[in-house]
Design a protein around this ligand. Sequence first.
Ligand SMILES: C[S@@+](CC[C@H](N)C(=O)[O-])C[C@H]1O[C@@H](n2cnc3c(N)ncnc32)[C@H](O)[C@@H]1O
Length: 195
Amino acid sequence: MTEDHYFTARPASADERRIIPVTLAGRDVAVETAPGIFSPGHVDLGTQVLLRAVPDPRGHVLDIGCGWGPIALEAALRGAETVTAVDVNERALDLVRRNAARLGVTVTAASPGEVPADATFDTIWSNPPIRIGKDALHALLATWLPRLAPGGEAFLVVQKNLGADSLARWIGAQGWGAVEKMGSSKGFRVLRVSA
Ligand SMILES: C[S@@+](CC[C@H](N)C(=O)[O-])C[C@H]1O[C@@H](n2cnc3c(N)ncnc32)[C@H](O)[C@@H]1O
């Protein structure tokens, strides 16, 4: 049997698109989703916790692991200067592009290797893919968190019982910036990294 994780590059499941109603940046909107991507039926609870906790984004924003795009779209709707959304899942990248067009905002959707190596970001918002495993997650964060511009801030939401506190300690030990636990809600913790 083919494993069809949401972080597969090309999901095996039928690409049956559907339109769902969601609330983003306080607006009731309709977005396109599909099977084979993360949380296709609604805005994930952890993502909701993140979006409620973060201040409006500053400058150039990066969403690590964008899925169908709730975080990237909200950043664009809340006035980000530019939004870059990365994912390894090609179906997710197609969806975030289509959802940006549907909502009339600009989001650059790219696979990780397509982002220019010298690009830096003022704000990173992410519901990172914890389920890819600790080593892969650490490698992912080591790719993107050093791209925070001086004075930039990253906000990451992590389920408490999936290691939010130990991840906070690990990030703090890497020298990328100060890590603060912003409190928790509904079993999720939001971490802020200030470069
Ligand atoms: C927890 S989901 C969050 C999706 C979306 N941001 C949301 O809030 O609904 C994490 C996402 O990270 C993506 N992902 C997994 N490995 C990745 C990698 N190495 N680089 C970028 N994205 C990755 C997955 O495909 C998935 O879409």
